[in-house]
Unconditional design. Structure first.
Length: 442
């Protein structure tokens, strides 16, 4: 298979097809998830068990939807101690980052003499954290979704994740859950998992919000149920751009192009450069890397980089390469350049920016600390990474003294009268002053 090469070196136009992702058109999934959602709404746990057998291939005759303590204990016995150590390391960094990010509980400002206003931040009551499994196991996603929930103080953070054929949760995911303090892990994924937390079932509590990345099935279900549950940051199939100038070793750029492209055939991944040398070196290096990552992941990466949603883009100059990045608004952006800090200041749209040759996307995905659940499908133009703020709601608060009221009320009364709200105006009229003094309105 040949790597897709888009030579735009003589063009002033960025072809529209380069901006399409696999989640751009979810119309076929929208219809397919409807009966799944309805089954969960009407049948609850029974539908979840049936779909676990049908979609996840669960074999055992008895199947508990919630992971029990024995499953957690067994997971610690089976997971390599070095993996557990890596999880502990990641927990420390991710927690430190999100604790630094957490806003103060309340702030006030005296807007006018005697008139105070501010914000109060409180956690959301119940949030579901979605941890995918279909194309791999992702304890890192559990860490990224649950740690900010715990830091924010969410009273009921839960995890939903697809079960394996043996009816259990991925071992490292259970280890990660226990290490961060998550007690409620449920074995359901896909559209049925989203429906379960939107409606609630006999086993699974109804939640107010769901966060975490997922397949087009998950994304479609979130959209269908957005009137019942907040779908959170739009995090669909993985996508990345590697932005490289002419100072870069093309083989290094290709090494990092592999990262997100191996997630699955629905991923998107491009190397964007204005250097033909870099482009050619990257294309030449990719086959050698594919031989080293195993047949399954190599197939995923090839289907992305040799298909319609990935490859190498050669632009006429570096300014155009940056223009493409801002128009694409990638989930992950890695900047390989002689002066990466200077390039960063020209980037307006990206879920995350990793700067320099020692900052591959891998570090951000697992252990660096910033959240790796990022907006996809161009949503980085208006949204940012998952954060503590996504698990909290902000309430405006105000307190006005008698002194402050005297200044504010006449101005508010004029607004009310102009906009045609006599009841509003009445509330700040002389009637209020009379009542406040203990008198009665005649």
């Amino acid at each position: 298979m040949a790597v897709s090469f888009h030579d735009l070196s003589t063009s002033d136009v960025l072809p529209a097809q380069l901006f399409k992702r696999t989640e751009s058109d979810l119309s076929s999934f929208a219809e397919k998830v409807k009966p799944i959602i309805e089954a969960v709404r009407t049948e609850g746990d029974q539908a979840l068990i049936r779909f676990a057998r049908e979609f996840d291939g669960v074999q055992p005759e008895t199947f508990a939807i919630k992971a029990d303590e024995q499953e957690f204990d067994a997971a610690f016995e089976r997971v390599d101690p070095q993996v557990i150590d890596a999880i502990r390391f990641a927990v420390e960094n991710i927690r430190a980052f999100h604790e630094a990010q957490k806003p103060e509980e309340m702030w006030w400002k005296e807007m006018r003499p005697g008139a105070f206003a501010g914000d109060r931040h409180v956690p959301i009551d119940a949030v579901a954290c979605y941890v995918p499994r279909g194309k791999g196991s992702f304890p890192s996603v559990l860490l990224m979704t649950t740690i900010p929930a715990i830091v924010a103080g969410v009273p009921l953070p839960i995890v939903i994740t697809p079960p394996g054929p043996d009816g259990t949760v991925d071992d490292a995911t259970l280890v990660a859950a226990r290490l961060v303090g998550i007690e409620h892990v449920y074995k359901c994924g896909g559209a049925q998992g989203v429906a379960a937390v939107a409606f609630g079932t006999e086993s699974i509590p109804k939640c107010l919000k769901i966060v975490g990345p997922g397949s087009p099935w998950v994304v479609a279900a979130k959209r269908q149920l957005a009137h019942l549950i907040d779908p959170g940051v739009p995090a669909g199939p993985s996508e990345s751009l590697i932005l490289a100038d002419d100072s870069v070793n093309g083989a290094l750029a290709a090494l990092d192009l592999i990262i997100e492209s191996e997630h699955g055939p629905d991923s998107s991944a491009y190397l964007v450069t204005s250097s033909r040398r870099v482009a050619e070196e990257a294309i030449a290096a990719l086959p050698g890397y594919w031989q080293q990552i195993g047949e399954k992941r190599a197939d995923f990466s090839q289907r992305v980089l040799c298909g319609d949603h990935g490859g190498v883009i050669l632009t006429k100059d570096f300014a155009t390469a940056i223009e493409f990045v801002n128009a694409y608004a990638p989930e992950h952006l890695e900047v390989l350049a002689h002066e990466p800090m200077d390039v960063m200041m020209k980037i307006r749209n990206a879920g995350e920016i990793l700067l320099g040759e020692h900052s591959p996307i891998v570090l951000g995905n697992f252990v660096l600390g910033p959240n790796a659940v990022l907006p996809t499908n161009g949503a980085a133009k208006t949204a940012g990474p998952l954060s503590v703020f996504d698990y909290m709601k902000r309430m405006s608060i105000a307190y006005v003294t008698s002194r402050g009221y005297q200044e504010l009320a006449p101005k508010a009364k004029r607004f009310a009268e102009y906009e045609g709200f006599p009841g509003h105006a009445l509330a700040v009229s002389d009637i209020r002053q009379t009542l406040l003094k203990g008198g009665r309105d005649e």
